[in-house]
Design a protein around this ligand. Structure first.
Ligand code: NAI
Length: 334
């Protein structure tokens, strides 16, 4: 493909706006030509921020935009599977934010449609794979530098949210395993080359956000997964961190251990005073993964231009949903 990839974005919320800005200003070979949101203010934001862009009130209308090549889905998770199918059937490539769906059977429906449209690329947004630290750990594992991997300890912590955004978000997000832990699940599978899971357990609590009980969600969860290789992964996901946002992973092998993401400061500044030490923690995932979101968008656009394949498959996305559902389904709540 010699011309720019003409992209329409669906969803202009918290993350959709970031993706839109990346696609419009920071991704070579991409042209953001259209956007859709059911909310008029969001449509107006798009047309005023990106001159020449056309805004639509529905995905169906946007799919008729002239010469559209690809759609970026950044809509509520509960819509992902149906919208991905709609976009594929309209003949466009699809980038869909994580997770692909909230049930494995819905992922299977998407895969079935995608297989009938093999020329169209579908990729799910596991942007941590495009972070330089996780990517370096994967390279080390593949090169045998860590030996045989026997444990992966993951922790993903969101800061305490006084506005309660994620409580309003919870009914459509799928809960803590499908919304938050899914990143670590995907990374663990990636690090272990897609090894099969043999056993899972999970436990959680809702100490600061009791309203999550309405949708069966929790604000802290712990889980384990055994893999057929003998490796064990542990997961801790939290919505109540006091240190800010942090995504941390410790990968141990028979020859070495790597730790990713521990205590990354917002600024490279440590204040020592009155016998105490202070660093400024990161506020959110945008700050931590800005580069990864950009690399991910560049990789998908490049895959479309070169005819594929995409760096990660929808079969991987299906397996991530499947494992997240298994953890959700065995959850015991204190
Ligand atoms: P949000 O609630 O802030 O935004 C959702 C957007 O979708 C809004 O603009 C809303 O108007 C729009 N929308 C709703 N129905 C629509 C429809 N039928 N057609 C088109 N647009 C529609 O949610 P947020 O935080 O932006 O999350 C969106 C997706 O991105 C979720 O699936 C979430 O899991 C994912 N996400 C991924 C992250 C990552 O780390 N990769 C981080 C944050 C979100």
């Amino acid at each position: 493909m010699s011309q720019a990839v003409r992209i329409g974005i669906a969803g202009l919320g918290r993350l959709g706006r970031r993706h839109a800005e990346n696609l419009a200003f920071r991704v070579p070979g991409a042209e953001l030509v259209a956007a859709t949101s059911p909310i008029k203010e969001e449509q107006d934001w798009a047309t005023s921020t990106f001159p020449g862009l056309t805004a639509y009130a529905s995905l169906g209308e946007m799919l008729n935009h002239p010469d559209l090549d690809a759609v970026w889905l950044v809509t509520p998770t509960s819509l992902h599977a149906e919208q991905t199918i709609e976009v594929i059937e309209a003949g466009k490539h699809v980038f869909c934010e994580k997770p692909l769906a909230l049930e494995t059977a819905d992922c299977d429906r998407v895969i079935e449609v995608a297989r009938k449209h093999a020329d169209q690329l579908v990729m799910v947004g596991f942007m941590r794979r495009f972070d330089s630290a996780y990517a370096e750990a994967k390279r080390m594992i593949d090169a045998g530098e860590l030996g045989d991997i026997f444990s992966i300890r993951c922790s993903s912590e969101d800061p305490v949210d006084p506005n309660g955004f994620f409580i309003r978000f919870a009914p459509t997000s799928g809960g803590i395993f499908l919304d938050c832990c899914i990143h670590d699940i995907d990374l663990v599978r990636w690090m272990l080359d897609g090894a099969k899971v043999t056993n899972v357990s999970s436990a959680g609590s809702r100490v600061m956000y009791p309203a999550l009980a309405d949708c069966g969600d929790v604000d802290n969860a712990f889980a384990t997964a055994n893999f057929e290789t003998g490796a064990v992964a542990t997961f801790h996901v939290s919505r109540t961190s006091h240190r800010g946002y942090e995504a941390n992973m410790i990968i141990a092998g028979t020859k070495g251990t790597v730790e990713i993401g521990k205590a990354i400061p917002r600024q490279p500044l440590t204040l020592e005073r009155d016998s105490s030490r202070t660093i400024c923690g990161q506020v959110d995932f945008f700050e931590r993964f800005d580069e990864a979101f950009l690399n991910e968008a560049r990789a998908f656009v490049e895959a479309v231009r070169s005819g594929g394949p995409t760096p990660s498959s929808i079969e991987d996305a299906r397996e991530a949903t499947s494992l997240a559902c298994s953890l959700r389904d065995v959850l015991t709540v204190s």
